[in-house]
Design a protein around this ligand. Structure first.
Ligand code: NAP
Length: 520
């Protein structure tokens, strides 16, 4: 079995000490080992700061964008191999794998185009200049410049390729070198992406590093000019945020954490209508795509009382058709969970939900699977929980069950009630609303907007709608409260995390000359 190496200080290096094993979660076959013990992370971070930072900051946005374009092309050229790795090590069906790998390529391409559009500049001019005195000579101008440290990216297990790319695209275009740490259990795809970029000599020295293995000391090594972008559980996010160096040095931290995303069917969407079918399709896709291991997956389904039973029956019919098994097989629709720990966690979560509601479909019990030896693999069936109208349903609004699990909740059909139910989730990445009733939409969007990073307005006329679960690089990704309070992507907005906003104050001609503007 081969050992995955880290890429630090521009060379491949293996840790020495206790190793961890990566598995195929469908067959439990061991695939690779990793070890991060004994690696000199202080030197690796310093190398990125001293070598990668200046190299990137010497480039214009267009030149940095060209690097991203080359990176996207190189990954595209190895797409099939990456899809196979995502199937093997991630438990992804081929369609799940495309979601991750193609998402990575598209995000890099989008930021490459943004770089081209920003042209020869090396920093961003933020807003209009401001006259500060009685005469126009006393002038102010905000700028955003790349921070002088290293961007450390700690990613979750569910999107090894996309998670790597979406964070790296923003940091590199902004002008910061990156040290990326994928989640250990599914690190093979991120590791292969790194190999592809190194083999292709795509990036200048020091600009990109990869750390594989469960290094826990990394965040404690960060300094005031560094940035830490973390995706994972709320508990780890809280731990990282409260590290003494992070607090003392004001290390900029972005946390993308848990989320109890909701989908609401409006009172106007009758069963059988196009809107109703769109809603059903989105809920079913979100429950089963990547076995529900998407931070944006629909967890809470809000159904008007009058049609709740019909929705339940239709969802149950849809779930019955989902074949669970070895994701390498074409007719399998849903693969396993990523790890045994994940399986235990989801089972425990289903137990918590079941204490207050009842299962309309599925359970936490072992299931029969296709194409896998009996008893092998980290499989669970999709689970749809149902709750009576007056049930307190505490766990539904407090516990993210990170698997193919959703809860059906009844509401009166009034927007105000849907808003207060959704707000019980205490902040989410995305919720979706399916309605054409203008008054309902206006009230619900205004009510839930403060609790979300994104609101998806489902509509049957949106061609090839990706549904609420797809994060597009043009729109912000993140959410308040439970979701971590972070913000990534969103086109040019995504660069802000990696830049320092500075106000220049002085003589207008001097400032205009400095920023390369035409004086008038
Ligand atoms: P996790 O245990 O918090 O791990 C996430 C990452 O943090 C992994 O790379 C992990 O490394 C690392 N890590 C864990 N403890 C650490 C520590 N003390 N110091 C430094 N790094 C540490 O989360 P998970 O269970 O793998 O991921 C699932 C969670 O991620 C779900 O709750 C999901 O909602 C959330 N998620 C959120 C988003 C979003 O965008 N909001 C996206 C995807 C997932 P190892 O793998 O080496 O342990």
């Amino acid at each position: 079995m081969h050992t995955l190496r880290s890429y630090l200080c521009d060379r491949w290096i293996e840790g020495s000490g206790t190793t961890q094993t990566l598995f195929n979660p469908a067959t439990e076959e061991p695939l690779a080992k990793v070890c991060s013990e004994g690696l000199d992370l202080t030197a690796a971070l310093e190398h990125a700061r001293r070598k990668g930072g200046p190299a990137l900051r010497a480039l214009s946005f267009a030149e940095r964008g060209a690097l991203l374009k080359d990176a996207a092309k190189a990954i595209q050229a190895h797409r099939d191999a990456l899809l196979n790795l995502a199937v093997e090590n991630g438990g992804n069906t081929r369609s799940d794998a495309k979601f991750d790998v193609d998402g990575a390529i598209f995000t890099l391409q989008t930021y490459a185009e943004l770089g081209a559009s920003l042209g020869a500049a090396k920093f961003l001019v933020d807003g209009e200049g401001i006259q500060l005195g009685r005469s126009p000579r006393f002038h102010g101008q905000h700028l955003c410049v790349p921070r002088a440290g290293v961007a450390v990216h700690i990613n979750a297990f569910n999107f090894p390729a996309w998670g790597f790319a979406e964070k790296a695209a923003c940091a590199l275009l902004a002008g910061m070198p990156v040290l990326s740490k994928p989640a250990t259990s599914s690190a093979m795809a991120a590791h292969r992406v790194m190999e592809i970029l190194v083999e292709g000599k795509i990036l200048p020295d020091g600009v990109l590093s990869l750390l594989v293995g469960s290094s826990r000391e990394l965040p404690a090594l960060l300094e005031s000019q560094d940035v830490l972008a973390f995706t994972g559980s709320g508990d780890t996010g809280m731990h990282i945020r409260s590290l003494p160096n992070v607090v003392r040095e004001s290390v900029r931290v972005n946390v993308e954490a848990d989320s109890l995303n909701a989908a609401v069917l409006g009172p106007d969407a009758e069963p059988g209508s196009e809107m109703y079918e769109t809603f059903l399709k989105d809920v079913l896709r979100d429950m089963t795509q990547k076995a529900g291991q998407k931070c944006t997956a629909i967890r809470r389904v809000l159904a008007p009382d009058t049609v709740a039973a019909t929705i339940r029956d239709d969802l149950v019919e849809g779930l019955k058709a989902v074949r669970v098994g070895n994701p390498a097989l074409e007719d399998v629709r849903m693969g396993p969970l990523a790890t045994n720990t994940q399986l235990a966690d989801v089972r425990e979560g289903v137990g918590k939900l079941a204490a207050e509601g009842m299962a309309a479909f599925g359970s936490a019990a072992p299931i029969a699977t296709t194409g896998v030896d009996a008893g092998r693999g980290f499989f669970i069936s999709p689970v749809l929980m149902e709750f009576p109208k007056d049930a307190p349903a505490e766990a539904v609004h407090a516990r993210e069950v990170f698997g193919p699990v959703a809860s059906l909740l009844r509401y009166s059909g009034k927007a105000v009630e849907a808003v207060s139910t959704i707000a019980r989730g205490n902040g989410a990445l995305v919720s979706s609303v399916y309605s054409e009733d203008a008054a309902f939409l206006e009230e619900i969007v205004a009510g839930i907007a403060p609790y979300h990073g994104r609101i998806f307005l489902g509509h049957p006329k949106i061609e090839m709608s990706p549904g609420p679960g797809t994060v597009l690089p043009q729109l912000v990704h993140g959410g308040p409260g439970r979701a971590g309070g972070g913000e990534e992507l969103g086109g040019a907005r995504g660069l802000a995390l990696y830049m320092q906003r500075v106000a220049l104050e002085g003589s207008r001609p001097v400032i205009q000359k400095l920023i390369g503007a035409q004086s008038d």
